[in-house]
Design a protein around this ligand. Structure first.
Ligand SMILES: O=S(=O)([O-])[S-]
Length: 119
């Protein structure tokens, strides 16, 4: 999907404030909470192994109740690495100090031939 210029500009203005990790870096993290922030229908079509689903629409509302450890390493991913930057920035502002965004997101994993779960 081609993103609109205003959305891309917004994401790019926030990206420098967020730590990003590659798929290789993600795999090297010993203990990580991997959160898929995409929409329900995207999650249903396929996801990364060991991910949990907490969509962009509810993640700020529900994260403290579900995952209260603000020191836990958390990696967020979306479809292509834009929405997860936004969500990571918000979680940082909520006190989650070890939140990262996955470069390339789910589409990047598929393009790289990495394992995904589709059932
Ligand atoms: O396309 S996106 O998931 O990076 S917003």
């Amino acid at each position: 999907m081609q993103h609109s210029p205003g959305f891309v500009a917004l994401v790019e203005s926030i990206r420098p404030l967020v730590t990003e990790v590659t798929h290789d870096e993600l795999n090297a993290i010993a203990s990580v909470l991997l959160i898929d922030v995409r929409e329900d229908h995207e999650w249903a079509q396929g996801r990364l192994p060991n991910a949990v689903h907490l969509g962009r629409g509810i993640i700020e509302r529900d994260i403290e109740r579900l995952y209260p450890d603000t020191e836990q390493t958390i990696v967020l991913y979306c479809g292509g690495g834009h929405r997860s930057v936004m969500a990571a920035h918000h979680l940082n502002k909520m006190g989650y100090s070890q939140v990262k965004s996955l470069v390339g997101g789910y589409k990047g994993a598929v393009a790289a031939g990495l394992n995904v779960v589709t059932e």
